[in-house]
Design a protein around this ligand. Structure first.
Ligand code: ACO
Length: 332
């Protein structure tokens, strides 16, 4: 059976760092509150004019350099994001042009914090049906939709991009094994952006009413995220007859350290098995999972063939998990 294998990973975060102390000057908050309630200490923020395609191009360029793959060998580019450069053309098209992927097709996909999981599933299906090289990107420029006068939301998010290369393998020591993916649209009123779409196109009124910013009912999202991200992590292991000890690394979505702790505890992981980098990046939405994978690969916390468990929960509601064996990693 052909499986999609992750044969390379790279990421990029913007240079500018916004610390909790910087935020103390913008809204009524403090470092102690943010660290104790979320685990976040700082986040990276895009430069003026730096958009999701720019960050993605940085990550993909590094990925191609490191794997030795040429842009014109890419068959498809899938971009998970809720902050595309513009409504259309797609961010995938902009990236395709900027990197010179002359033979690729591609599209954007909106799954919020679970977007990378949805894109990985899609990319995996393309590989299983004949594509040889698929780039899957998770990217968000959250600073472009944050209200820096709203302390409930502006402290939580950062900007960043991560990208993986998917290639076919028939070696059962590698590749995507299984997924559990969900959408429950009844949670739509807990996390959303009011204007800028076809329901409420941009107008002077929508801008004056600050409706182009993210709105979140933090407590409702927290409750569902804690429950569902933990459950889906337990369920996918059980479904595939694995135990927590079999897992090399658990890479959970980085929205809140307390949500991650619940999931890790319920699934039975030790601290060493859990990727936690929310302190440095905050919640980069679709970026968190590939940025996390890149970190554990670079720090040699996993090696080829190790079992990786991804889990996420986000706006929609959307949530899910993907289980895979990393590699065989390609060195260019
Ligand atoms: N600084 C100081 N006080 C604050 C801040 C702040 N930055 N933000 C809120 N508070 C206050 C609130 O006003 C509230 O005060 P009140 O009791 O007087 O009303 C108090 O702190 C407690 O507020 P809660 O909302 O109950 O705080 P909570 O412990 O729930 O933490 C948080 C809030 C961090 C937002 C949490 O609810 C959370 O992480 N929610 C889930 C986030 C998430 O998973 N999002 C999904 C992914 S995002 C995506 O898909 C795009």
């Amino acid at each position: 059976m052909v499986r999609a294998a992750i044969t390379g990973v790279a990421s990029y975060v913007p240079e500018k760092v916004l610390t909790n102390f910087d935020l103390e000057k913008l809204v009524d908050t403090n470092d102690e509150w943010i660290v104790s309630r979320t685990g976040i200490r700082e986040r990276h923020i895009a430069a003026e004019g730096e958009a999701s395609s720019d960050m993605s191009v940085k990550a993909v360029t590094k990925l191609l350099d490191e794997t030795g793959v040429k842009a014109d060998e890419i068959d498809a580019i899938i971009v998970a994001t809720v902050t595309p450069d513009m409504m259309f053309p797609s961010t995938a098209a902009l990236i395709q042009d900027k990197i010179g992927a002359t033979k690729a097709w591609g599209y954007d996909l909106s799954g919020a914090c679970s977007g990378f999981l949805f894109a990985l599933k899609s990319g995996s299906a393309l590989v299983q049906t004949g594509h040889k090289k698929v780039i899957v990107i998770g990217v968000d420029t959250m600073s472009s939709i944050l209200d820096y006068t709203d302390r409930n939301t502006c402290i939580l998010f950062g900007d960043g991009a991560g990208a993986v290369l998917l290639e076919p393998t028939e070696d059962e020591n590698f590749g995507v094994i299984d997924d559990l993916l969900f959408v429950d649209g009844s949670g739509g009123d807990a996390l959303y952006m009011t204007a800028g779409g076809s329901r409420k196109p941009a107008s002077h009124e929508t801008v004056d009413a600050r409706q182009h910013y993210l709105v979140q009912d933090g407590r409702s999202v927290f409750k569902r995220a804690s429950k569902d991200m933990a459950q889906v992590s337990v369920d996918i292991l059980k479904k595939n007859n694995f135990t927590a000890e079999d897992v090399g690394i658990f890479i959970p979505h980085q929205a809140n350290k307390r949500i991650i702790d619940v999931a890790a505890q319920k699934a039975g992981f030790t601290n060493e098995q859990v990727l936690l980098n929310i302190d440095k990046y905050g919640n980069t939405t679709a970026g968190t999972l590939p940025i996390g994978l890149d970190e554990v690969v670079r720090e040699k916390r996993i090696k080829d063939g190790d079992l990786v468990l991804f889990a996420a929960f986000g706006a929609g509601y959307t949530w899910g998990s993907i289980l895979l064996r990393y590699g065989p990693s390609k060195k260019g």
